[in-house]
Design a protein around this ligand. Structure first.
Ligand SMILES: [Zn+2]
Length: 525
């Protein structure tokens, strides 16, 4: 098996994406997660660009990483000066990493029109910079910026830039599709040609402007490149970088390359979600391999087939990338799936039981009202239990009031008052929050805590609102999904109403009831 080095640039090129800004703490956490995943290199930023990056490098180089090397990123020396006087190169050395990535121009027009220097000076800039870093015992990757466009415009000159880097001792020559518009067949042919001309290891760095970045990276590896650069979830400037979450399993599971230790590939989905969370991006649930929908089955016939043999509608075993199969709860899922789910709650029910029909009818009704149980399986279970009479409410709501005060004081702008009944006892409580739902959540917990201490373990991790039939403006319904955890498991509940607070309240009550139900049955939520 050929070893392919995964070179992650989530913290450098990925940070160029709109709306992304990592704190030093965020970056350290991402480095640790990537190291756990087993990538070879983590390109972590440009230490010359700001003091925050320098502080980060100080901490990062002190980490005891198991698999990855930290890479500092910078450019070739400035035009017309010697390397010793180049401030950016000084910062690069100060970062204290063992490996450095240097980018330089390889497209003649970029040299003459953007850098505004001679083609010969650019070659000297590449050679001088790499020689200088090699003298300091650094491992050096040379990123040949715009290599494919440069090669198409002036192949001789593009190859001369690689030769300059190779002669100066570069450890890897990375061919970049910086504008992201090259096609897989071109990438393959050009990489193959470069491979036949140079002995130095070749890398590939693709952008996704033609939505070809994953295919292009795979083609370059098939042509002989042994380093693949990209980012987690493909985040990056414009349309993003090559997505390592697709490239790594494609190379490893489909083509038999050795990218990361096989057993660590199972961390892929959790690392992808973790990076989305830290980058404050909604995780792409449609993403191949690492999205929630990647192995989700909805159509009744598909579910039937997958239950018989997963390979009927799954290209790989989801567990190999740390994902899992999901069977979606919905009227389309077909009787057999519904029945299986219902029988987990009451094993005596059959396909033809009147109660089964009652549940199916109720479900259709709720879906018509705007409920969707595909993601909110916990609410689904509560609906079924209520219809089967297998549910004792834990508390009864008498009423609640929510008041919003603007402007907020120290982030607090809402207060809620709630009256509930548990058995023969009534409880009234009030609480504040940074929004009406948060205030209500705080108030209901406070009221229930003395009856059900387990409530303290619940933490809300996600809150999503979707406006249904939005053409009806203010009379439109909203659907609220709440994800909760007790640090052992996650569960999702749903509420639908024309009023956002009421919809939130319904989802909140389901979340609490679900936890208490699990607690009562002495099984984890
Ligand atoms: Zn790039």
């Amino acid at each position: 098996m050929t070893k392919i080095h995964a070179f992650d640039s989530t913290l450098r090129d990925g940070a160029q994406a709109q709306g992304i800004s990592y704190s030093v703490e965020d970056k350290i956490k991402i480095v640790e997660a990537l190291d756990e995943l087993g990538v070879s290199y983590i390109e972590a930023g440009n230490p010359g660009s700001n003091p925050k990056d320098m502080e980060f490098f100080k901490r990062a180089t002190a980490l005891q990483l198991k698999n990855a090397k930290i890479i500092a990123f910078g450019s070739t020396r400035k035009v017309g000066i010697t390397v010793e006087y180049d401030k950016n190169l000084q910062s690069l050395l100060k970062a204290g990493t063992d490996a450095i990535c240097i980018f330089g121009k390889s497209w003649d027009y970029q040299v003459t029109d953007i850098l505004r220097t001679s083609l010969e000076e650019n070659l000297r800039m590449i050679g001088d910079t790499i020689r200088f870093l090699k003298q300091q015992n650094k491992e050096v990757v040379f990123d040949a910026e715009h290599f494919f466009d440069g090669y198409k415009a002036n192949p001789d000159y593009a190859l001369q830039t690689l030769a300059a880097a190779a002669q100066a001792g570069a450890d890897c020559l990375c061919l970049c599709d910086t504008n992201g518009g090259t096609f897989p067949n071109e990438i393959f042919a050009i990489t193959l040609m470069v491979k036949s001309r140079v002995k130095t290891a070749i890398g590939i760095h693709c952008h996704n402007d033609g939505e070809m970045a994953v295919a292009n990276s795979v083609m370059a590896i098939q042509a002989g490149a042994t380093q693949v650069q990209g980012t987690i979830n493909g985040i990056g400037e414009r349309c993003g970088n090559a997505n390592l979450c697709s490239i790594l399993p494609n190379l490893q599971l489909k083509l038999g390359f050795d990218c990361i230790p096989q057993e660590l590939l199972a961390h892929l989905t959790s690392v992808a979600r973790f990076v989305s969370e830290i980058a404050n991006l909604t995780h792409n649930e449609k993403a191949p391999y690492v999205g929630n929908d990647a192995f989700a089955h909805k159509g009744g016939m598909h579910i039937d087939a997958v239950n018989k043999n997963p390979i009927s509608y799954e290209h790989i075993d989801p567990e190999r990338v740390g994902n899992s199969r999901r069977i979606l709860m919905s009227e389309v899922a077909g009787r057999s799936t519904l029945l299986a789910k219902i029988r987990e709650i009451d094993p005596t029910l059959t396909k033809d039981s009147p109660l089964t029909q009652k549940i199916v009818d109720r479900l259709k009704e709720l879906e018509h009202e705007g409920y969707q149980f595909e993601t909110a399986e916990s609410s689904f279970e509560l609906v079924v239990r209520k219809l089967l009479g297998k549910y004792q409410p834990f508390f009864e709501l008498k009423d609640y009031k929510v008041i919003v005060n603007e402007p907020s004081v120290n982030g607090v702008n809402s207060s809620a008052m709630i009256k509930i009944r548990v058995g023969e006892q009534e409880e009234i409580s009030a609480a504040e929050g940074d929004g009406p739902v948060n205030a209500l959540d705080n108030a209901v917990r406070k009221a229930l805590e003395r009856f059900y201490p387990a409530i303290r373990e619940i933490k809300l991790t996600d809150y999503k609102v979707r406006v249904l039939d939005s053409d009806k403006a203010s009379a439109a319904k909203v659907r609220v999904l709440i994800e909760s955890t007790d640090h052992k498991e996650y569960w999702t509940t749903i509420g639908v109403s024309t009023d956002i607070i009421d919809a939130s309240w319904r989802a909140l009550v389901d979340s609490i009831e679900y936890k208490l139900l699990r607690q009562q049955e002495k099984r984890p939520a």
